[in-house]
Design a protein around this ligand. Structure first.
Ligand code: MN
Length: 512
């Protein structure tokens, strides 16, 4: 078996790259992920964020999909973004006309490159594909479009033919050609071979998929072979196993080679926006943007991190717009527990720390993440401190259904009972609005994250709601379980507020 790059002594080090562009196709290839449909408003918002992050080219959609999609692309082209805005187009003149109708700057002309696509899908011939491609490139160029020709299924194409096809496209005036590993089939060797041959012809892009888990590797190998524009999606969403994740390419280039591509500090917000709008959650262990990417729980790692922040991290979380988190659980160490207590202003003597540490481990062993609220309750118990809650829910009634969601809450604040009713976007929102009314003061806390887990897969399941809320520079995590998701949510948030106002010296209840 020929080894990795064995026959390619000419591979370039990425250190010598002068500039690499990023093309985002979240709105086209990403939206082709099963079950994803983005509204025009959502697409416009995503495009704006991509542009703000310095993405060079945004493929806004496929004009041929229908009038709704064209309307959406038009929304994006009318926003006057810095990025080049493009549409997908098949090897058909009508597709180019429809793209022109949306005022895009350019098109990706997708032409069949493998015999499987040429003969099996389109029943045409290699000769006809070359002739049609040249003709359509000329047509698009004549209409002032930036043109990139993508050889579909290029990774499974006969490379002599792929080279011939792409040379014809460039001869006809295409701005660039793109190597497409449409089904994520290629090894790094194959990628290097194919892209080197195309990059010798002219400006070359690379479009890799993750079916073999090689999308990032193949994108980087493409750059080493001479490509200079990487197609990908935020969070790597896309058909099947998805496209290459642009944020992974961007951080690998920055961290490994000092090559800047986009504003990395915006990566996390973008990732969350895409996860929320597509309904495709981020795996906790996902590189760069997964919940655990900068979370340390094990005692050894926490201890090391407290001594030197970079002990167990390749780069600081701030670089990608995130924060480091030390979590408590069954793997916790004494140093981590002590640091977590100190964060909440709690000092302990050695014997107390031992006791708190033991109980944190015990709780963690019961298959639980130990929240700040758990830790604080354990510390109070160990130190035999009686704590008066300052805010608690006495009673909660919500009405939801076809009408306006409404909630009425009875809250006890510093011993004073208050009843308020409010409306909201949903029952939880309505209840929280009522709680805020009851407090009658400017709300200065933030809900940083909200997470729901169902314990069983049935409608009577107990759900656990975990929230993280912050006020000033203090933040707390709280989890509450209940069969009623609204109650669990409201109680978790009120518990968190109660913790956040613990040291507040001003009276909590405003005068009427
Ligand atoms: Mn694709």
């Amino acid at each position: 078996m020929p080894g990795l790059f064995g026959e390619h002594p000419a591979t370039e080090s990425l250190d010598s790259l002068s500039s690499v562009g990023l093309l985002d196709t979240t709105l086209r290839d990403g939206e082709q992920a099963p079950g994803v449909s983005l509204s025009p408003d959502e697409k416009a918002r995503i495009a704006r964020q991509l542009d703000a992050a310095g993405i060079d080219v945004i493929e806004a959609g496929s004009a041929v999909t229908g009038p709704g999609e064209r309307e959406t692309i038009r929304r994006v082209t009318s926003m006057d973004l810095e990025a080049t805005i493009t549409s997908f187009a098949r090897n058909v003149r009508g597709d180019i006309d429809l793209a022109l109708d949306t005022d895009v700057d350019g098109v990706h002309l997708v032409v069949p490159a493998s015999d499987r696509h040429i003969e099996g899908k389109l029943s045409t011939s290699r000769e006809d594909v070359i002739a049609d491609t040249a003709e359509l490139v000329e047509y698009a160029v004549d209409h002032d479009l930036w043109v990139e020709v993508i050889g579909e299924d290029g990774s499974r194409a006969d490379l002599d033919f792929l080279e011939e096809l792409m040379a014809a496209a460039l001869d006809a005036g295409a701005d660039r050609v793109c190597y497409a590993d449409t089904v994520g089939h290629a090894t790094p060797d194959r990628t290097l071979d194919a892209v080197s041959r195309l990059a010798d012809l002219g400006p070359t892009s690379t479009h890799t998929h993750d079916d073999l888990g090689l999308a990032v590797t193949n994108a980087l190998v493409s750059l080493a072979a001479g490509a200079d524009l990487v197609h990908g999606t935020i969070n790597g969403i896309g058909e099947r196993a998805g496209n290459v994740a642009l944020e992974e390419v961007a951080i690998a280039l920055d961290h490994g080679y000092g090559v800047e591509t986009m504003d990395l500090t915006r990566v996390y917000d973008l990732a969350q926006l895409i996860a929320n709008k597509t309904g495709i959650p981020l795996a906790p262990n996902k590189a760069v943007v997964g919940e655990n990417a900068f979370t340390h729980e094990s005692g050894i790692h926490t201890d090391g991190t407290l001594k030197d922040e970079s002990m167990y991290e390749p780069y600081p979380p701030e670089k990608v717009g995130r924060e480091r988190r030390l979590a408590l659980g069954k793997h916790a160490g004494r140093a981590g527990v002590e640091a977590a207590l100190a964060e909440h202003g709690i000092e302990v003597v050695d014997a107390e720390l031992d006791a708190v540490f033991e109980r944190v481990k015990e709780l963690g062993e019961r298959d639980k993440r130990v929240t700040d609220a758990d830790l604080l309750a354990i510390a109070e118990d160990v130190q035999d401190r009686d704590r008066e809650r300052r805010v608690r829910v006495e009673d909660l009634t919500t009405v939801a259904g076809s009408g306006t969601p409404t909630a009425s809450v009875k809250v006890v604040i510093d011993g004073v009972e208050r009843t308020e009713a409010a409306v909201g976007d949903g029952p939880v929102d309505a209840a929280m609005n009522a709680v805020e009314d009851a407090l009658g003061r400017t709300v200065d806390w933030n809900l940083d994250s909200y997470h729901v887990d169902a314990i069983t897969g049935r409608t009577d399941a107990l759900v656990t709601v975990e929230v993280e809320m912050s006020r000033g520079d203090r933040s707390v995590t709280v989890a509450r379980s209940d069969a009623d998701i609204t109650r669990a949510s409201v109680e978790a948030m009120v518990d968190a507020i109660d913790r956040l106002v613990e040291t507040e010296t001003e009276p909590l209840v405003a005068d009427d």
